[in-house]
Ligand binder design. Structure first.
Ligand SMILES: [Zn+2]
Length: 154
């Protein structure tokens, strides 16, 4: 399921700890993820994140096969369709997002157990506070998740 598996460029990447870059994203993507989270609450929503030229410019909603308020499972058919569409559009799927309707935007133990892709971004939208909180996390081998900052690009 890892879209970047086998990518020869991976071998040239610097060690993960040496590249703490912020995540470049358009404001409308953040707004759309929050809308999706609110629509599906109290269940968790989920989706993929498509980027062009290193900027996340579209959230692609997916079905949560778990239909649960505390866990999610992206429907593999939606994941595949998103990959296919992104490729035809010259974009790439760089991460996934899901919501935490009643807990902070911090990965749960389950999120960690299910996360396997170091090149992937894991974005969480929390509705637990008055203002929604959106945070991005990267997976660091042997260390778990590390929070990344957002750089909003118009
Ligand atoms: Zn979660």
């Amino acid at each position: 399921m890892n879209p970047e598996a086998g990518n020869p460029e991976s071998a040239n990447r610097e060690p993960r700890t040496a590249k703490r870059e912020s995540v470049r994203i358009r404001q409308r993507v953040i707004d759309a993820m929050i809308d999706h989270a609110r629509r599906d609450a109290p269940l968790e929503c989920c989706g993929l994140l498509a980027a062009r030229d290193g900027i996340i410019d579209e959230p692609i909603p997916a079905r949560n096969l778990e239909a649960s308020p505390v866990v999610f499972l992206i429907d593999p058919r939606d994941h595949f369709a998103a990959l296919k569409r992104a490729r035809t559009e010259g974009r790439e799927i760089v991460g996934a997002y899901h919501s935490h309707p009643r807990s902070p935007a911090i990965p749960s133990a389950t999120d960690l157990a299910e996360a396997h892709y170091e090149e992937f971004l894991y974005v969480i939208v929390s509705l637990a506070t008055d203002l929604p909180d959106v945070r991005a996390h990267g997976l660091v081998s042997g260390l778990g998740f590390e929070e990344l900052g957002f750089e909003i690009v118009d």
